[in-house]
Design a protein around this ligand. Structure first.
Ligand SMILES: Cc1ncc(COP(=O)(O)O)c(C=O)c1O
Length: 446
């Protein structure tokens, strides 16, 4: 194969080689939505337009963009030590960050396993669940239970327990031994509820049904998002999480909360587990831990799980799992600076205070054309629009496109659901601006 000439290396960017993830590549490459820089609440396009960030990037820049203390921490770490192997060696900031995260978590979620993304965090948690039962002599506990409409990333484990059909249907049989709870959304019963709907707590009883079907002795863990984000913002119904907890306790099943979106302030607390008063056995996190600045994910694990592994000869590796970039120094430095910023600026408390004006402004869109439901919870909201007769997802895509090009706003469109989740530094006037723009866009795509 010929080497590229230096002229080719200097050629202007070609949009073709980059196969973009979760993107309609052909539509994008015809009309690219390019972002060149960012600061606080805004992105800036290559042609200099300021675009307000209505989605915290991809649910991750909770502290706002390019915050000076985070940038400085990353720069200083890059200059001091670029990389340290996390297998049999470590660097001090990894321990410091794990301690800080454990201190933020409720109950005895005292141990942190680091990885690089939400997907890795989920697969790590599922593997820890299987291995936990194995080391305790319960090797028959191999089944994993997820939920319809759940999103747990794109690893084979996460897709297997996930419940979004488009993410599953092209990828074969996935993991064996997985079952799913029903999703908890029912528009007729729940439309326009704020936070947890009154209807639907009884759906947790399905776990008892699955136990009756499979027997508890075959079930390792249940994984749910306390608020299902990627499917379009579906908060758990009242009492649902508590019920799952008690059924898991009754049968020795581990309960995993996937808090990749809900962690680090999105619902006004370090973790949704605290908001809803339910302590799971493991919490997966990513995104907000570094405010999106450096890839990082992890799993918080309760003491009894960690302790179950800490047996036998001390030179033996207790868990044969980990990533080259687990606890990467740049990510740890960014994580520490981010947690400092959350604390110094009281961003979780700020999210709690803004929750009501946020919900009120979102619900102000009720009655606009095609608006079928609005679901505010914490500092996020899902807005369902009616599908166009000629195709599900078309109106949502048009809204996303019009938002970026005509109204200088970015948000997520999941099918025909608009999902908003701004950085937690958003001001009340910016909340007004965001919903004013969204209202105009909804009218524009009517
Ligand atoms: C609940 C949940 N779990 C896992 C993931 C996957 O995270 P990542 O894209 O970092 O792999 C996401 C991403 O949005 C998520 O929302």
């Amino acid at each position: 194969m010929p080497m590229p000439s230096s002229a080719a290396l200097n050629a202007p960017n070609d949009l073709e080689p980059f196969w973009m993830p979760f993107t309609s590549n052909r539509a994008f490459k015809k009309r690219p939505r390019l972002l060149a820089s960012a600061k606080d609440m805004h992105y800036v396009t290559p042609d200099g337009r300021q675009v307000i960030d209505g989605s915290a990037g991809l649910w991750c820049t909770n502290a706002g963009h390019n915050r000076a203390p985070i940038v400085a921490a990353i720069q200083a770490q890059a200059a001091e030590m670029d990389y340290a192997p996390p297998f049999q060696f470590a660097h001090p900031k990894a321990f410091e960050l794990a301690s800080r995260i454990a201190a933020l978590a409720p109950g005895d979620l005292d141990h942190v396993f680091f990885c690089n993304s939400g997907s890795e965090a989920v697969d790590t948690a599922l593997k820890i669940a299987l291995a936990y039962h194995n080391v305790r002599g319960n090797a028959s506990r191999v089944r994993l239970i997820g939920r319809e409409r759940g999103y747990h990333g794109v690893g084979f484990g996460g897709v297997a327990v996930g419940g979004i059909v488009n993410n599953r249907k092209q990828f074969g049989a996935l993991l064996a031994g997985v079952d799913h709870l029903s999703h908890t959304y029912n528009r007729a019963e729940q439309a326009f509820s704020v936070d947890q709907p009154e209807w639907g707590g009884h759906l947790a009883d399905e776990l008892d049904r699955l136990v009756a079907l499979h027997d508890a002795s075959t079930i390792a863990a249940v994984i749910v998002e306390p608020m299902a984000g990627s499917t379009g913002v579906i908060p758990s119904p009242k009492g649902y999480l508590q019920k799952l907890r008690s059924i898991c306790d009754k049968h020795g099943i581990l309960l995993i909360f996937d808090e990749v979106i809900t962690g680090y302030g999105r619902l006004g607390y370090a973790f949704a587990a605290e908001r809803y008063g339910v302590v799971p056995d493991m919490i997966t996190f990513a995104k907000g831990i570094t405010s999106g600045s450096v890839p990082m994910g992890g799993v918080l694990v309760r003491k009894h799980i960690y302790d179950a592994f800490m047996q036998g000869p001390e030179h033996i590796i207790e868990l044969f799992h980990g990533y080259t970039y687990s606890a990467h120094p740049l990510a740890c430095a960014a994580g520490l600076a981010t947690l400092d910023l959350y604390r110094e600026e009281g961003l979780f408390e700020r999210a709690r205070k803004l929750e009501k004006p946020w919900a009120d402004a979102a619900l102000g869109l009720k009655g606009l054309p095609n608006v079928l439901d609005i679901r505010p919870v914490g500092m996020t909201v899902g807005i369902d629009l009616a599908s166009r007769p000629d195709g599900a997802g078309k109106r949502g895509f048009e809204a996303l496109d019009a938002g970026f090009f005509d109204h200088d706003i970015m948000f997520r469109a999941v099918g025909d659901t608009l999902a908003l989740s701004p950085p937690l530094i958003v001001s009340e006037s910016q909340i007004g601006e965001i919903f004013d723009k969204v209202g105009r866009i909804i009218k524009a795509v009517a």
